[in-house]
Design a protein around this ligand. Structure first.
Ligand code: ZN
Ligand code: ZN
Length: 344
């Protein structure tokens, strides 16, 4: 009997009678992380990692019925033993390990292999069946070490300071924004953050993650000379809005795994694209799957077909799971690559 099956409401554990990251309201939900497509409102009961509590309450409401477990702590429900293990994706992100009648399944949620200092690093968990995401599950996706990406961002910021321009960097406001803040060279100049980013910075700081001081952009006047030296962290939705007028002359950039595709930066209409993702790249996905020792792999959201075919060629029992998870690197309208854009 399968420990997890796909149901219209979400991934369901029949033995334990609960859902993992359901996309429709259910009675019992187990949440891997607080991105909006994995953690939705309306569930009667939430179970999540302790490290995700601050973010979950700030996004879903302080009064949600939430029970938490520290990473590695076990809970048995209807005979199913459940525990959370770090996924290295964003603050509090977890893989869910389920054990029942000697069978072990792990649902990855979203994960990233390279540790970034803003959340507990990814830990492979041995299992019989691994449910993996595949957001960047194509062989073209191979990330540079993040130190290199951060030095590119620092150089761009320095160049803009020299030219007397603000540097506006668009990125997803939960996770990516804080990872960038943690990783950039704060000695270069003042850092401003958009109203969608600042409350999340607070949650990270409360959780003990170091972020450099940030100034709420709404508090700075257009005439203030710090504008011309500032790095501004803003969500993609701020691009092209009247909110941008306060920066006068600026250079803009976008940080996302999708920047690996030539057309994405052009479509975004930004000056620069930085390839920085909070998901595993193709080698990372294959490494993680191998580390679990699983003989059976269920592939969710992303490039299901390509990854399933590749794993089958490696002799694994692989299949796709249809889910309604979205894309936390960018709003999806601009994210769908066309074949012409895939670099050689
Ligand atoms: Zn996510
Ligand atoms: Zn996801």
């Amino acid at each position: 009997m399968d420990l997890v099956i796909a149901r219209p409401e979400g991934l369901y554990c029949p033995a334990g009678d609960f859902y993992i990251d359901p996309w429709r309201p259910v009675e019992r939900s187990v949440i891997t992380h607080a991105h909006g497509d994995h953690a939705r409102t309306g569930n009667q009961h939430y179970l999540a990692s302790s490290a995700s509590e601050g973010i979950l309450r700030s996004r879903l409401g302080q009064d949600i019925n939430l029970q938490t477990l520290a990473y590695g702590q076990r809970l048995t429900h209807h005979g199913v033993t459940l525990s959370f293990h770090p996924a290295g994706h964003v603050l509090g992100s977890a893989q869910v390990r389920l054990e029942y009648g000697g069978e072990v399944w792990v649902a990855s949620g979203d994960y990233k292999i390279e540790p970034d200092g803003t959340c507990a690093p990814f830990e492979p968990v041995r299992c019989h069946t691994f449910i993996t995401e595949s957001t960047f599950g194509l062989p073209i996706y191979r990330w540079q070490p993040q130190a290199q990406v951060f030095s590119e961002i620092n150089e761009w910021w320095k160049g803009n300071i020299a030219a007397g321009k603000a540097s506006v960097l668009f990125c997803y406001s939960f996770g990516k924004a804080q990872r960038i803040l943690h990783g950039i060279d704060e000695s270069l100049g003042p850092i401003l953050s958009h109203g969608a980013v600042e409350p999340l910075n607070r949650v990270y700081r409360d959780a003990g993650v170091y972020l450099p001081p940030t100034i709420y952009a709404g508090d700075v006047k257009k005439s203030d000379p710090i504008m011309r030296q500032a790095l501004v962290i803003a969500p993609p939705s701020a691009g092209g809005s009247t909110w941008m007028r306060r920066f006068g002359d600026f250079s803009d950039a976008f940080a996302s795994g999708w920047m690996r595709l030539r057309g994405t930066r052009r479509r975004r209409g930004v000056d620069r694209g930085f390839v920085l993702s909070d998901h595993a790249d193709w080698p990372g996905l294959l490494w993680a799957i191998d580390q679990t020792g699983a003989e059976r792999v269920m592939v969710t959201h992303g490039s299901i077909g390509v990854l399933v075919r590749h794993l089958r060629e490696q002799g694994l029992d692989a299949q796709g799971f249809n889910t309604e998870y979205g894309d936390d690197e960018e709003d999806s309208a601009a994210a769908t690559p066309t074949i012409a854009e895939i670099p050689a």
